[in-house]
Design a protein around this ligand. Structure first.
Ligand code: DO4
Ligand code: MG
Length: 289
């Protein structure tokens, strides 16, 4: 079962529903922001009580975020990520320090309205030479700091911009098409996330040019520690998504090109597939007049 946002042809207002075997059961809430205003036990009950009303084939799935929801991300939570940053950066020690520190690296990734979903393009900056996808398990958290479920995230990143100077992190991480989420939230009451396989595949002109697999077992920090820091000095009244960091980073000689097709799969959670484009001109659909 997944919780989704969708839009049907007959109704321009996005709705929230439970999706089970291709059948949608709409929930009585105005948006994901309202659902995440409930405690996890209440959400579970609402999902159990929902009545089937439409079919997946009649609707378009949207990114599972709305209202004042934000996407945040944790960094350097896997050994592979630490080693990759040390390799790419002119200032290596900051990454070694944060990997071992009590306080995690958390950064703002995207407001809800900039998030792209499965099937939409992800972007690379036109001023960046070295770009990679970062496949990550993301937590969907309600306003009470409870993990309601999980989605797949691609934290698209410029390694050359961040590598030049860590203070350029916001430019390496926030730009048009940099944040993709899978459409379905797998509820926390249905899945045990401590050892899930995360797979990344990059296809170019029909052939796979990079693929790799890791597991959530390799993460260095408990999710509860990441959420505690995220909520420590800030409220998230509409709920929030927190990507938990990447355990897969290609070697420095690999880079993403426009036209590549990226697939991220996390067992039991979902799949996220996006074609790659270069430059913000491809993302006017996120900013209609
Ligand atoms: O410090 C850079 C960001 C690292 C990151 O996004 C990750 O480890 O996933
Ligand atoms: Mg990342």
């Amino acid at each position: 079962m997944h919780i989704v946002r969708y839009r049907s042809v007959s109704d321009s207002r996005p709705r929230i529903a439970v999706l089970n075997d291709g059948v949608l059961s709409t929930l009585p809430v105005a948006g994901m922001f309202e659902l995440l205003n409930h405690r996890v036990e209440e959400i579970e009950r609402m999902c159990a009580d929902a009545v089937p009303d439409s079919s997946l084939s009649e609707v378009r799935l949207l990114a599972p975020v709305d209202g004042a929801m934000e996407v945040w991300a944790a960094g350097v939570t896997y050994l592979r990520s630490r080693d990759a940053r040390v390799e790419e950066s002119t200032l290596k020690s900051v990454y070694e320090l944060v990997y071992d520190a009590e306080r995690p690296e958390l950064f703002f990734k995207s407001p809800a309205w900039r998030v792209v979903v499965d099937g939409e393009p992800v972007g690379i900056r036109s001023d960046s030479e070295l770009n990679v996808p970062e496949p990550e398990l993301a937590l969907v958290i309600n306003r009470f700091e409870q993990i309601v479920g999980y989605v797949v995230c691609n934290d698209m990143s410029s390694r050359s911009v961040e590598g030049e100077n860590p203070l350029y992190l916001p430019q390496a991480k926030l730009y048009a098409g940099a944040c993709a989420l899978s459409s379905g939230i797998r509820p926390a009451w249905e899945v045990e996330p401590s050892d899930l396989a995360i797979r990344l595949t990059v296809a170019r002109e029909g052939a796979v040019v990079w693929d790799g697999t890791t597991s959530t077992k390799q993460i260095r920090r408990p999710f509860t520690q990441l959420t505690a820091y995220l909520f420590h000095s800030e409220n998230h009244p509409h709920g929030v998504v927190l990507a938990t960091g990447t355990g897969l980073v290609p070697d420095l000689d690999f880079r993403i090109h426009a036209g590549d097709r990226i697939t991220v799969t996390i067992d039991e959670i979902g799949e996220l597939r996006n074609p790659v484009v270069a430059g913000k001109g491809h993302f006017d659909f996120l900013t209609p007049p």
